[in-house]
Design a protein around this ligand. Structure first.
Ligand code: MF3
Ligand code: CO
Length: 250
């Protein structure tokens, strides 16, 4: 299907569901602590989703078994919440959450420290968060898709990190994954032109070591090939004539 540009009224619907997503992520961030399992976090997310009368975007998606992705340390993305994955002091945890409300989808992720973490873990999280901000700043009409990827990649790599290639961001709207693919790498000035009404989920996955990722036997859990730490941040962003509007930020 071709790219679907959204009207201001449709962007308002996307804003509403992304505010729910942000609220759930805030609740998870407040709850996460050593001793809690990633399954406990899934249950908190499921409960809050119900409170908002919204539906999970992840549960059942290609058979995915939870409402949340919980990716600890060398897990890049798509970690499945489990009772036997118990958070411990020093971990970094990516929480990725998506929801539907009134037929519109929101999607966002953030990586958080569990207790006190090593300085290198903090530096990786900060650089990944900032790489996402650079990508968001490139979301202006007239720019090209490659400008987003280039902004993310050049910032991450200039800090000595690598960006994952196997997974990319995406358009978002009535479906979680719409055209176009939004890579976290690319060439400035290349690719399709960005126009007002395009809504994208930008989601850099940044590794402390090499860029390669392998998927475990469960078919979901993606880990760094070299076992290095990985961080992941995601926002749903509307490109408008007034510039980028981050829908998933309260
Ligand atoms: N934010 C991820 C994405 O955009 C989450 C999908 S996880 C899945 O692809 F469980 F839904 F697959
Ligand atoms: Co996404």
């Amino acid at each position: 299907m071709a790219i679907q540009l959204k009207s201001p009224a449709e962007i308002a619907k996307l804003r509403a569901v992304n505010l729910i997503v942000a609220d759930v992520l805030d609740a998870l961030e407040a709850a996460a602590r050593p001793g809690l399992s990633t399954w406990d976090l899934n249950e908190i997310a499921a409960q809050r989703l119900k409170h908002h009368k919204a539906d999970s975007a992840f549960l059942g998606y290609h058979g995915y078994p939870a409402v949340l992705c919980t990716s600890v340390n060398e897990v890049v993305v798509h970690g499945i919440p489990r009772k036997d994955v118990v958070l411990k002091e020093g971990d970094i945890l990516s929480i990725d959450f998506g929801a539907f409300k009134d037929g519109w989808c929101g999607d966002s992720a953030r990586t958080i420290p569990i207790g006190t973490v090593k300085p290198e873990a903090t530096a990786l999280m900060n650089a990944t968060r900032e790489a996402l901000e650079r990508g968001i700043a490139a979301c202006v009409p007239g720019n090209r898709l490659g400008d987003i990827g280039h902004a993310v990649q050049s910032y991450a790599e200039s800090n000595g990190y690598s960006v994952v290639r196997q997974f990319v961001g995406h358009g978002i709207g009535r479906a979680m994954h719409e055209e176009p693919h939004v890579p976290n790498y690319g060439d400035a000035g290349k690719g399709r032109r960005l126009s007002a009404g395009l809504v994208v989920a930008i989601e850099p996955m940044v590794n402390a070591g090499g860029p390669d990722v392998v998927v475990k036997e469960d078919g979901w859990t993606a880990i760094t090939r070299d076992g290095s730490l990985s961080a992941h941040f995601e926002h749903s962003v509307a490109i408008t004539d007034a510039g980028p509007v981050v829908l998933s930020r309260i």
